[in-house]
Design a protein around this ligand. Sequence first.
Ligand code: ADP
Ligand code: ASP
Ligand code: MG
Length: 425
Amino acid sequence: MSQTTHTEEQQEPAGSKKLAAVSVLKFGGTSVKSIARIQHVAEIVKERLKHGKVLVVVSAMGDTTDYLLKLAHQCSKTPDQRELDSLLSTGEHISITLLSMMLKTLDVSARSVTAYQLGIFTENVHNKARIIDIKTDNLAQAFETCDALVVAGFQGVTANGDITTLGRGGSDTTAVALAAAAGAKYCDIYTDVDGIYTSDPNKIPKARLLDRISYGEVVEMARLGAQVIHPRAVELARQYGVILRVRNTFKPDHQGTSIDGGEDMEIYRSISGVATDKDQACVTIMDVPDQPGIAARVVGGLAKKAIVVDMIMQAFHPTAGLNNITFTVASTDLPQTIKTLEELKTEMGAKAVHADEDIAKVSLVGAGMAGQPDIAARLFETLGTAKINIKMITSSEMKITCVVSRGQADKAAKLIHDAFELEKV
Ligand code: ADP
Ligand code: ASP
Ligand code: MG
């Protein structure tokens, strides 16, 4: 039985008495996309072994997950979710075996394990399962026979033995969950850029590298499209007090960005970045009766299918007794969202379901934005001057999100970055 269990749902103190200090390193798809890169990763792991045992989490090689998804969609427009997860998990299975083989050629005592073998238990949801339990004892036992334990990211297993996956980019979450289970202080996320920037450096070259950023700011940036890290990984790190370090695989000596509690962040930086998310769609259920409980039925119906909705709006309707409810969903959830709403439409007597796929979210994120109305004013003015129409707006303490036409999103992000001079933050 487990000595300590770790979950994405409840807070428990991190740490294990059985495991000696372990370094936790995660390498993303670009870092392991070829055999030459796997060799480079093996060398980084070997170097780290000088400080004790190493737990390495790896993603699938390069675009393997996209390729597997494409194959599945060639078999069926709506592939069976259980089989799809089982298929997608094979990408990570390939990487762990190759990295272990490579480590052995460097005389490292390495061993690869899948989530199934290690017991990374998740809820019984396919494509975006949350981790509910990792047995610390299993980890300690796995380390008895090796110095470098190579674990498949992104995968999970249900209590029934079905393979699940954690959602795109989910290997980061595997790494943080294992760091928490191992009681590690740090979790190093190795990727193809130097760390977290004020915006995607591949789109805005003058974006500035941040030495340090708070969990809260990164959660927002990641949720709003900065794919450099999986938002659930950051939430889990915050929950268990694991310090994340985002670093460049190709510059292993570079310090990267440290993500931690950072309570004093807003003192010296009110805005930390701009994020763009083009994998979004906007959905409206039109002319629903204006009655108590209607919004709950709409959002509840989608929640039952594990569809996350965002930017929910119910605005004034010119006809008394009717409402329009509008929200955004991830593009991948759009077909299921429309199907669910069409069923509800009939049940509730609504008029129509309308989807707009030509959207993207552009968001300004910062811990010190609250109570500064000039920030929103300057943001809207920047887009207005450039004749970029804003389709929807939401704001909270730490962010302002504008929905714009997808083709204008990159331009909008760049203009906002310039307007707030984020290269100087
Ligand atoms: P990995 O394969 O290592 O998981 P990802 O492709 O998931 O890598 O994430 C790294 C990419 O995230 C970078 O190449 C960069 O283009 C993108 N990115 C988006 N926003 C940011 C940001 N604010 N800071 C750094 N990188 C970002
Ligand atoms: N291989 C998975 C993906 O491409 C998980 C990951 O890379 O983190 O989304
Ligand atoms: Mg990633």
